[in-house]
Each structure stands twice: as structure tokens, then as C-alpha cells.
Design a binder for this molecule. Structure first.
Ligand code: SAM
Length: 295
């Protein structure tokens, strides 16, 4: 068989780009090679591998899980069945943190990514902020938190791959439990600002049930679903933050939301933080996607 035969045989069932990627992965050559050499014959071993990958795709397994990787914010991340596949709209959350960051007035900034999954958000932030102009005497620390130990293994692998493993501390914790239990180690005071960034599970039961079969069948339910209205995780997070007694230190929260949750989440924030400033931003598809809360 030659490469072109796979395109003739499967082009009605698998999209062209996916086929290119599967073949390139199976024969261990770049995608450009697959495109440039359609007449190239494939060995028996390579055929077995291509057929195996194609079978997985025909069963609707997401291409990112088959390839074991996904691009996010210009970086390549390892993913597996224990981590959500990073979505392009989440890049807006990273942009929002970077463009709102003010390092001038405080001496220490701590950024905590809650529900880190593959580590895509905190690694993108560490890569972009560490090298940017941090004022003299200002220190920054980065944390990635997840309840899933298996997701944290992937996040640590990605941090190492992108050379930020010494800059980010990964912690297994149910939301902020770890920080609440170790409050004394994280002395929050007036010269300190804390940024919480979270893309926690936020799908309502109704939206989760109607999501694409490949999402429901392959991606971890615990990374997507959050109670009947999709707000259980965020409400618990607000309760915990309330407990932390914010006092004089500066706290900003950046949340990814589902577009229809805008007014419900605003109400919830006001319930716990009546004086909070709340701003909502839309993603590239013009859907409400990010809530920025200043407390
Ligand atoms: C929507 S995924 C986001 C993953 C990644 N940050 C991203 O943007 O692609 C939510 C993540 O939150 C984690 N999670 C769920 N419940 C949690 C909890 N109670 N405490 C900490 N992490 C939690 C899940 O394991 C999952 O990795």
C-alpha cells in the first residue's frame, strides 16, 4: 500500500488533516512528509500501526488523545485520558491574566491555577510572565492544583518539557483546601497579591448530556460536569476564598465560564463578595467566556 491509498479509502470517513496526522504519527515522519510523498509505500509494521490509529479515530476517539498531544498558546502539551483536551477558547483566559497583571505596587504575586489538568494554563503563564519585565525586588510564584493525581503527573511532565518545572509547584488538593490548611506558610499581607485562575468543571447537567459523543465517551466527566447548574465548583471555591479572610491583600480571580452562566455567576460572586468588581469578556466566537473578579 502507498500513502495515497489511505486517503482514497478513508477520505469520506476521516477528515483530511486528521488522516495526515495519524499517518505521520504512525510512520514517525512530519506531516509535510506525508503531504509531499503520497506515492511512498508503507512497510508492514507501519500498516499495522496506521490501521490501529485509524480504527481508534473511526470510533470517534479525539485526535488529541490518539496522538497524545495538543497545541495550546503556541506550546505543545502532552494529554491523555486523565486530562481534558485544552480548548482554544481557554487561551483567552491566559490572555486576560497577562494583560491585567499589574506588578508595580506589590512585592509578591502568587498565581494559583485551580483545576490545572495538563497544566496548560499555568505553564503558559509561567513561560510568558517569568521572562517578562518583573520589577526589581518583585517575586512571583506559580501553583498548579488538581484533585486528580493522574492529571498532575501529566502536568508535571509538561512543566519539565517546557522548562518551567522549577518555577511551578503542583499540588493535589480539593480546590483551595491545601492553602487553607497551610495558611501560615502562605502569609498573605498587604504587599502581596494573589491571582486565582480557574477553568474548573462548569457544564450543567443539561449541557453535559447534550455534548458530543466523543466528549462524553472519552474526556473525564470529573473535568466537565459541575452539578445541575454547572456552578457547584465555582460556588465551593467562593466559599473557600471567603474563609481565607482576605483583609489587606489584593485578590483577583479569573474564571472561564459557560456563556449562559453570566448573570447567575455574577449573583453568586455578589453573594460572597458584595463589594467585588466584576468584568465579563467574550471569546473570539463572541460568547461570554471569562469573568474577572477583583476583591
Ligand atoms: C475543565 S478541566 C480544565 C483543565 C485545564 N485547566 C484546561 O484548561 O484545559 C477541570 C479540571 O479541574 C479538575 N478538578 C475537578 N474538581 C476539582 C476539585 N474539586 N479540586 C481541584 N481540581 C478539580 C479536574 O480534574 C480537571 O483537571
Amino acid at each position: 500500500m502507498i500513502i495515497k491509498d489511505y486517503f482514497s479509502k478513508y477520505s469520506s470517513k476521516i477528515n483530511h488533516l486528521d488522516l495526515e496526522l495519524l499517518i505521520s504519527c504512525a510512520i514517525r515522519k512530519p506531516r509535510e512528509f506525508v503531504l509531499a510523498h503520497p506515492e511512498k509505500s508503507v512497510s508492514k509494521e507501519q500498516r499495522t500501526m496506521i490501521n490501529k490509529l485509524i480504527r481508534r479515530r473511526l470510533k470517534h476517539e479525539p485526535i488529541a488523545y490518539i496522538l497524545g498531544q495538543k497545541e495550546f498558546y503556541g506550546l505543545n502539551f502532552k494529554v491523555n485520558k486523565h486530562t481534558l483536551i485544552p480548548r482554544p477558547e481557554t487561551e483567552h483566559l491566559v490572555d486576560a491574566v497577562i494583560s491585567n497583571l499589574q506588578l508595580v505596587n506589590s512585592k509578591k504575586t502568587t498565581i494559583v491555577d485551580i483545576g490545572t489538568g495538563s497544566g496548560n494554563i499555568i505553564i503558559s503563564l509561567a513561560k510568558n510572565l517569568w521572562t517578562s519585565n518583573v520589577p526589581n525586588g518583585h517575586s512571583m510564584s506559580f501553583f498548579g492544583v488538581d484533585i486528580s493525581q493522574k492529571a498532575l503527573i501529566v502536568a508535571k511532565h509538561n512543566a519539565k518539557k517546557h522548562n518551567v518545572d522549577k518555577k511551578i509547584k503542583f499540588i493535589r488538593s480539593n480546590l483551595l483546601d491545601y492553602f487553607i490548611k497551610n495558611k501560615n506558610c502562605y502569609m498573605f499581607h498587604a504587599s502581596c497579591s494573589m491571582i486565582i485562575v480557574a477553568n474548573l468543571p462548569y457544564l450543567s447537567k443539561k449541557i453535559y448530556s447534550s455534548s458530543m459523543p466523543n466528549v462524553k465517551k472519552f474526556e473525564p466527566r470529573s473535568a466537565l460536569l459541575s452539578g445541575i447548574e454547572g456552578l457547584d465548583h465555582y460556588e465551593k471555591l467562593f466559599k473557600q476564598l471567603h474563609k481565607l479572610e482576605i483583609g489587606n491583600w489584593k485578590l483577583e480571580i479569573f474564571l472561564e465560564i459557560s456563556p449562559e452562566q453570566k448573570s447567575k455567576i455574577a449573583k453568586l460572586i455578589k453573594k460572597y463578595f458584595p463589594n467585588a468588581n466584576i468584568e465579563f469578556q467574550k471569546d473570539l466566537a463572541q460568547k461570554w467566556r471569562v469573568a474577572i473578579v477583583e476583591i
